[in-house]
Design a protein around this ligand. Structure first.
Ligand SMILES: Cc1ncc(COP(=O)(O)O)c(C=O)c1O
Length: 458
C-alpha cells in the first residue's frame, strides 16, 4: 500500500484546518467591545465579553485606554494641520494624561512634550525627549523648576516680569542662555467652561496684550544677556468646540509678531497657538474637526506671514484631543437605592478617581454593561463621602443591579492625572488595549500606599 511522505500527511490534515479558521468570522476583540460601548451598545455581547474580561483580570475601578483611538486621533490632527501649514510642530500637553506609555505612543507620532511642572520635565526626560522638544509653561514656577528647565535646554514659557528676572539670574548662574517665549494673554473668549477659559483678560495666565504689558516684557528680555527670545505663546482655554476664538487669537498673535519685528527687530522662530481642541462628550454633540480648525486658521496665517515677511513655525499643543476619547473608566455597581426622590446607582469610583463632573460640572456619557431594558431616570453616584459626588444626574439609563458594570466614557484626559487618594482609597490601575491584547501600564495602588511617607511619632 502507498504510504505518503510525512509532508503530504501534514498538508492533508492541516490545510482544511487553516482554511476553516480563515473562513470563520474572527472573534470580537476587546477593541470591538470598546467601540460598541462608544456606539451606545454596551449591551452587545462583544462589549459584555470585553468589560467582563477586563474586570476579571484587572479589577475595578479601572482606566482602560484604546491604543487604536489614540493613534487615529493623532493621525487625524497631524494630517489636517500638516496639509495647511508646511512649518508645523505639534506638542502633546502631557498634563492631560501623564502615563509614560501614552506619552511614548504620542512621541512615535513625532510630537514634542508640553509640560507644566518640574515633575513633567522629569517625565519627559525619562522618555528621553530632548530639551529642544520640551515646552515648559506654568504661571508659577519654582526656582528648582526654572533651573531644571534651563539645564535640560527646554523652552521656558515665561509668564511674568518677576519670572523673567529669575530666569536671567538662573541662566547666568548656570552659564547658559535660556531659550524663552512669553505666554501672551490675547484677551479672547473661546466660550468654554469658566474654569478652563484661560485667554480672557481676568485670567491669571500670561502677559496681556492689553496696555502693552506683553510688549514691555519682550523689550525687557532683549536687554538681558542670558535669555534668547525664540517665540510667542498663547493658550486660550480647553474643550473649545468652535474655531472662532482660535481665528481671533491667531490674528492678534500675528499682529503682535509684526509689532515685535517693526518696533524691536524681533524675529520669532515660532508662534504657539496652544491646545484646547475639544471633543464631543455627548452622543448628539457636534464639534469642529481639526480640518475645520486648520482651514479656518490658514487664511489668517497666510495673510499674517505675508505682512510679517517671514514664516515662523506654527506650534500647537493639544492634550485632551489625543487621549480623552480613548479612555474608559470601568466601575462596578456596589448597590442601587431608591429614595423618595431619586434612584442612586452607587459605583466603586468617586471624584477621587475622575474629578471632571464635580469640578467642572462636565458631562460624561455613562453605559450600563449588558443591559438595555428597564430604562429609568438615575443618578450615578460615587463612593466619596460627599453629597456632591455624582457622576451623572437624572440620566435615562437601563437600571443596573448590584455587581453590574458601569462604564464612563471619554475619561482618558484629566482623569487619572487628576486622581487622588481622598477618602483613603488607593489609585486605580491603568491598562492599554491593542486589539485583543491588554497591557497593564500602571499597577493598581495598594492599601500600603496610603501610608507611604507618613510618619507617626505620636
Ligand atoms: C498651556 C496649556 N497648553 C495646552 C493645554 C492642553 O489643553 P487641552 O488638553 O484642552 O488640549 C493646557 C491645558 O490646560 C494648557 O494649560
Amino acid at each position: 500500500m502507498w504510504n505518503p511522505p510525512l509532508f503530504f500527511k501534514i498538508a492533508f490534515f492541516c490545510l482544511p484546518m487553516v482554511w476553516f479558521s480563515a473562513s470563520a468570522s474572527p472573534l470580537p476583540t476587546i477593541h470591538d467591545g470598546l467601540v460598541k460601548a462608544h456606539q451606545n451598545e454596551a449591551f452587545h455581547p462583544a462589549a459584555v465579553a470585553a468589560f467582563t474580561r477586563l474586570q476579571r483580570e484587572f479589577g475595578t475601578p479601572l482606566y482602560i485606554y484604546d491604543r487604536q483611538i489614540i493613534d487615529e486621533q493623532a493621525e487625524c490632527l497631524k494630517e489636517a494641520f500638516s496639509s495647511c501649514f508646511p512649518k508645523l510642530h505639534i506638542f502633546y500637553a502631557v498634563k492631560a494624561n501623564t502615563n509614560l506609555s501614552l506619552i511614548r505612543l504620542l512621541r512615535k507620532h513625532g510630537f514634542g512634550a508640553e509640560v507644566i511642572s518640574g515633575g513633567e520635565i522629569l517625565t519627559a526626560r525619562k522618555l528621553k525627549v530632548p530639551g529642544s522638544e520640551i515646552m515648559f509653561t506654568s504661571s508659577s514656577k519654582s526656582p528648582w523648576e526654572i533651573e531644571l528647565a534651563i539645564k535640560e535646554g527646554a523652552v521656558l514659557n515665561v509668564d511674568s516680569l518677576d519670572e523673567l528676572n529669575q530666569v536671567e539670574v538662573a541662566a547666568s548662574r548656570a552659564r547658559k542662555t535660556a531659550r524663552i517665549s512669553f505666554r501672551v494673554n490675547p484677551g479672547v473668549d473661546p466660550h468654554t467652561i469658566h474654569q478652563i477659559n484661560t485667554g480672557i483678560s481676568e485670567s491669571k495666565f500670561g502677559l496681556h496684550l492689553e496696555n502693552g504689558i506683553a510688549f514691555h516684557a519682550y523689550s525687557r528680555a532683549l536687554k538681558l544677556p542670558h535669555v534668547k527670545i525664540i517665540g510667542a505663546h498663547c493658550h486660550i482655554g480647553s474643550q473649545i468646540t468652535e474655531p472662532e476664538g482660535y481665528r481671533l487669537t491667531a490674528e492678534k498673535m500675528l499682529e503682535f509678531a509684526f509689532e515685535l519685528k517693526e518696533k524691536l527687530g524681533i524675529r520669532l522662530e515660532f508662534i504657539d497657538l496652544g491646545g484646547g481642541i475639544g471633543i464631543p462628550y455627548q452622543d448628539d454633540q457636534t464639534v469642529m474637526t481639526p480640518m475645520e480648525l486648520a482651514q479656518t486658521l490658514k487664511p489668517v496665517w497666510n495673510q499674517g506671514i505675508e505682512r510679517l515677511g517671514y514664516e515662523p513655525t506654527l506650534w500647537i499643543e493639544p492634550g485632551r484631543f489625543f487621549v480623552a476619547p480613548a479612555g474608559f473608566l470601568l466601575t462596578r455597581v456596589n448597590s442601587v437605592k431608591t429614595t423618595p426622590v431619586k434612584t442612586f446607582v452607587n459605583i466603586d469610583a468617586g471624584f477621587n478617581t475622575l474629578v471632571r463632573p464635580v469640578m467642572y460640572q462636565a458631562y460624561h456619557r455613562v453605559r450600563v454593561v449588558g443591559r438595555r431594558e428597564n430604562v429609568v431616570k438615575l443618578d450615578i453616584a460615587g463612593d466619596v463621602c460627599e453629597t456632591g459626588d455624582i457622576f451623572a444626574a437624572d440620566r435615562m439609563l437601563p437600571k443596573p443591579r448590584a455587581d453590574d458594570l458601569v462604564v464612563i466614557l471619554d475619561a482618558g484626559a484629566y482623569g487619572f492625572s487628576m486622581a487622588s487618594e481622598y477618602n483613603a482609597r488607593p489609585l486605580p490601575a491603568e491598562v492599554l488595549v491593542n486589539g485583543d491584547e491588554v497591557t497593564v501600564i500602571r499597577k493598581r495602588g495598594s492599601n500600603e500606599d496610603l501610608f507611604r511617607n507618613q510618619l507617626a511619632p505620636y
